[in-house]
Design a protein around this ligand. Structure first.
Ligand code: SAH
Ligand code: CA
Length: 282
């Protein structure tokens, strides 16, 4: 696959892709070469692929099986605006951060089962999970969406507007923790949320959990994303790339903590990069 990139983006993109850390992430699955303004992205066949924690967005052991799942059950039902967000995100250096569409399908089902109307999202990026939520909840539903980065949100915003669901979204450009603390100052926010999707900085998940447990309705769901951290949780630390170690050790503790938290029912699912679904029991 060859992609021609505008002059405006090209130098920046080339610099990013040539960074040794990213090269390491991309190389297990893709061969990237540059010629003129053309970037050639060549997928390697699976027998050329060497094992690496970041070589596959999903946790399935075969890329072919993952592709099968996407092509059979996911892409045919994925709403057009979500495909657009994915297309925009695919060109970014941080493309791998977007929620995978198979995880999205489960999130939509959970929202429908709950009849969720009042939701909160920590970590929006270009808005895949946000738009998915906005498309799923009723017309008078609300999403409080928080991200410390405005630029990535603005990349997806035209698609959200075109889809006619912006009125459901209250975007806060801020780190998540102070927004949660502020909400807790007003008693009427306690026990008021049906659904939370947590996908911001992983090493704050424990802090988010304590606050969200007060903000959720009894019976409401908190979904934590990336709880299996590219599969590194089951690898010895020395075989894990150093960029991934602090989250790895944090999540090892956090997953144990959730498993022991009697206030919630949990289900660890291995879609995407692992999601833990928590239901507030009391
Ligand atoms: N849910 C998104 C992916 C989120 S990626 C999707 O479906 O595409 C993680 C996001 O968390 C990034 O956009 C980053 O800016 C944001 N983030 C990181 N630390 C944060 C913090 N402390 N508070 C709020 N957002 C944060
Ligand atoms: Ca994520």
């Amino acid at each position: 696959m060859a992609t021609v990139i505008g002059a405006h983006n090209f130098a920046a993109l080339k610099a990013v892709y040539e960074r040794p850390s990213l090269r390491w992430i991309l190389q297990p699955r893709m061969q990237l070469t540059f010629s003129g303004r053309r970037m050639n992205l060549q997928s390697k066949s699976s027998d050329e692929v060497e094992g690496s924690p970041w070589d596959n967005k999903g946790l399935l052991q075969s890329q072919e099986l993952y592709r099968y799942v996407l092509e059979t059950s996911v892409y045919p039902r994925e709403p057009e605006p979500l495909k657009e967000i994915r297309a925009i995100t695919a060109n970014l250096p941080d493309f791998y951060m977007g929620t995978t569409p198979d995880s999205g399908q489960l999130i939509a089902m959970l929202l429908n089962l709950l009849n969720a109307k009042n939701t909160i999202e920590l970590g929006v990026f270009t808005g895949y999970s946000l738009l998915l939520t906005a498309l799923t909840i009723p017309d008078d539903g609300k999403i409080l969406a928080i991200d410390s980065n405005l630029e990535s949100y603005e990349l997806g915003l035209p698609v959200i507007r075109k889809a006619g669901v912006e009125h459901k979204i209250n975007f806060k450009h801020s780190p998540a923790l102070p927004v949660l603390d502020k909400l807790l100052e007003d008693d009427k926010n306690r026990g008021s949320f049906d659904f939370a999707f947590v996908d911001a900085d992983k090493t704050n998940y424990g802090n988010y959990h304590e606050r969200l447990m007060k903000l959720m309705k009894i019976g409401g769901l908190i979904v934590y994303d990336n709880t299996l951290w590219y599969g590194t949780l089951a690898m010895p630390e020395e075989s894990v790339h150093k960029l991934m170690r602090s989250e790895r050790s944090y999540l090892l503790e956090f997953n144990k903590f959730l498993a022991a938290d009697t206030r919630i029912q949990i289900s660890q699912v291995s879609l995407g990069d692992g999601m833990t679904i928590c239901r507030r029991l009391f």
